[in-house]
Design a binder for this molecule. Structure first.
Ligand SMILES: O=C(O)C1=C[C@@H](OP(=O)(O)O)[C@@H](O)[C@H](O)C1
Ligand SMILES: C=C(OP(=O)(O)O)C(=O)O
Length: 425
């Protein structure tokens, strides 16, 4: 159980661990590239370690020392049939992206995960991968894991995403590496594009147009990858600092890919002071320093267009909405219901426990700020983002906030507690 006590000030200069999305992709692409890749700044969170173990299960040699990895790539056709189940743990990204690669393999794989992942929707990847020619079965006719995938010779498809999801887009693109013809993926609002950027960095034949990506069968080549800090992890501290008048926080080397910076746009619209400098780019990703000054914020309305650039940050926005003036209305966020927990129900229930007025909407939630948060006992639902969002409430509360089942934080942010202690007075 994590106990977070109220603080007077937030200040300091920090770095956050490596980006989760980029760490997953680096390991997967390095595994199917020709030759050696190195990965620096890898996130040693449980989710990305699940990806490493799955790739090892497919015969890839991966050496890890802390946040540095060396991967001996097998080339597109060098993976071998896993002798045992592949375990994606709590990680949707591992299961869905890896399924795209498994769909292209001439062997049988069975991929499973923990109790939360086994409840999450998998038809969204099984359908397009079947259309490409893979045989996929699973519980509830392939809607739920464990998934049984017999890959093989694939044919490209032209696919319009029925749900806004970078994981589905990535699964189809990764399968497209093995498919004859041009794989096209279309989406209404651009979701995180790390797969596209990294495929290009590894030499993939990929073209980008407004609203679509086109990939042709191509060989990948090992590369040195530098993983930026995860903006989704930084978001917890950015939001906390932004909402605390007098706070001053600097976060170095944060990934600032425009498909991930919805949190900065939202905080600024709420009235936050956020500056960005020291910009550079590496491996096709934008990286920079974020400087936040605390102020009194105001509630705003968020709609579906921004959601793909914001999705994992909604819990922490909901948390600080309690401190903002007026009402915060979050809409177009149905996807939150199928994450590690139902994040709409979870946040509303737990915020209510701390005396915050919050209500579920069909596609989101509404929170009315009163500037007041009570201390109390809350639940994480085994969901790392809920646990950390509730921890941020604790910084502003009238008494300690105790978070049950907080060990799940290690899924995406090992060292969260230490960083929190380092910036609070
Ligand atoms: O592609 C990725 O790395 C991710 C995509 C998002 O999921 P969806 O694709 O389900 O929206 C996000 O919530 C998840 O944390 C990571
Ligand atoms: C939804 C998340 O991850 P995943 O889908 O990979 O489990 C997340 O990290 O918030």
């Amino acid at each position: 159980m994590l106990t977070v006590n109220p603080v007077d000030r937030i200040q300091g200069k920090i770095k956050v661990p490596g980006d989760k999305s980029i760490s997953h992709r680096a390991v997967m692409l390095a595994s199917i590239a020709k030759g050696k890749s190195t990965i620096e700044g890898f996130l040693p969170g449980e989710d990305c370690l699940s990806t490493v173990e799955c790739c090892r299960g497919l015969g890839v040699e991966i050496r890890r020392e802390g946040t540095s990895l060396e991967v001996d790539g097998k080339g597109l056709d060098g993976l071998r049939e896993p002798e045992n189940l592949l375990d994606a743990g709590n990680s949707g990204t591992t299961m869905r992206l890896l399924s795209g690669i498994l769909a292209g393999q001439p062997f049988l794989s069975v991929i499973t995960g923990d109790g939360s992942l086994r409840k999450r929707p998998m038809a969204r990847i099984a359908n397009p991968l079947r259309q490409m020619g893979a045989k996929i079965d699973g519980r509830a006719d392939g809607k739920l894991a464990p998934l049984i995938i017999r890959g093989g010779s694939l044919t490209a498809i032209d696919y319009t995403l029925p749900v806004p999801s970078a994981q589905v887009k990535s699964a189809v693109l990764l399968a497209g590496l093995y498919a004859s013809g041009e794989t096209i993926v279309r989406e209404e609002f651009l979701s995180r594009d790390h797969t596209e950027r990294m495929l290009q960095f590894f030499g993939g034949n990929l073209e980008r147009r407004a609203g679509s990506v086109i990939l042709r069968k191509s060989e990948l080549f090992g590369q040195p990858v530098k993983v930026p800090g995860d903006i989704s992890s930084a978001a917890f501290f950015m939001a906390a600092a932004a909402a605390m008048p007098g706070a001053h926080l600097i976060i170095e080397d944060v990934g600032l890919n425009p498909t991930r910076t919805g949190i900065i746009d939202v905080l600024r619209e709420m009235g936050a002071s956020i500056q960005i400098d020291n910009l550079y780019s590496s491996g096709g990703e934008d990286i920079g320093r974020v400087i936040i000054e605390g102020r009194k914020l105001r509630g705003i309305t968020i709609t579906k267009e921004i959601m793909p650039r914001l999705i994992d940050e909604v819990p922490v926005i909901a948390a600080i909405a309690a401190l903002a003036e007026g009402t915060m209305r979050i809409t177009g966020a149905e996807e939150l219901k199928v994450k590690e927990s139902n994040r709409i129900a979870a946040m509303v229930t737990e915020l209510n426990k701390l005396g915050i007025q919050a209500e579920e909407l069909e596609d989101g939630m509404e929170i009315t700020g009163s500037g007041k948060i009570s201390g109390g006992l809350v639940e994480s639902y085994g969901d790392h983002r809920i646990a950390m969002a509730m921890a941020i409430c604790g910084l502003f509360a009238e008494g300690p906030v105790k978070i049950q089942n907080s060990e799940c934080i290690a899924v995406s942010f090992p060292g969260f507690e230490k960083t929190l202690a380092a910036i609070t007075v």
